[in-house]
Design a protein around this ligand. Structure first.
Ligand code: AMP
Length: 114
């Protein structure tokens, strides 16, 4: 998608603070961090949201989670714990319509259910 900012970051057309990249996914620091560690993990191919996932994307989604674990180890937040969030659609709070998983840690996270 030519006008998608996360496609541009994944193709290295737009600058971001990358922490991990391979042929399937890219991870970079969120520009407005909500926690001491706040990293976004995105598929390199454009998928709008979880609501657009296909069966063929299952391995890719699994890969995103194992990459999240590797980054948590590298960021030294694995022992204390961290949170993975995927906002989906307008009511889910999604603002960038390229699927992404937020990796948040480095502090006690408030429970999202209150
Ligand atoms: P969401 O609201 O779940 O769609 O999350 C989108 C996230 O992308 C927000 O936390 C933004 O701060 C972040 N964001 C938007 N543009 C950029 C960018 N150019 N580089 C890094 N993070 C970004």
């Amino acid at each position: 998608m030519s006008d998608c900012i996360f496609c541009k970051i994944a193709s290295n057309e737009m600058k971001a603070e990358l922490v991990y990249q391979d042929e399937r996914v890219t991870a970079f620091r969120d520009i407005h961090p909500a926690a001491p560690t706040h990293i976004l993990i995105v598929p390199n191919k454009h998928i709008e949201a979880v609501s657009r996932l296909e069966v063929e994307d299952e391995a890719l989604m699994g890969h995103i989670f194992t990459v999240a674990r590797k980054i948590a180890q590298d960021e030294e937040i694995e022992k204390d714990g961290y949170r993975l969030i995927t906002n989906t659609g307008v009511n889910g709070g999604q603002t960038v319509f390229h699927l992404h998983v937020h990796l948040l840690g480095g502090q006690m996270m408030k429970h999202p259910m209150g």
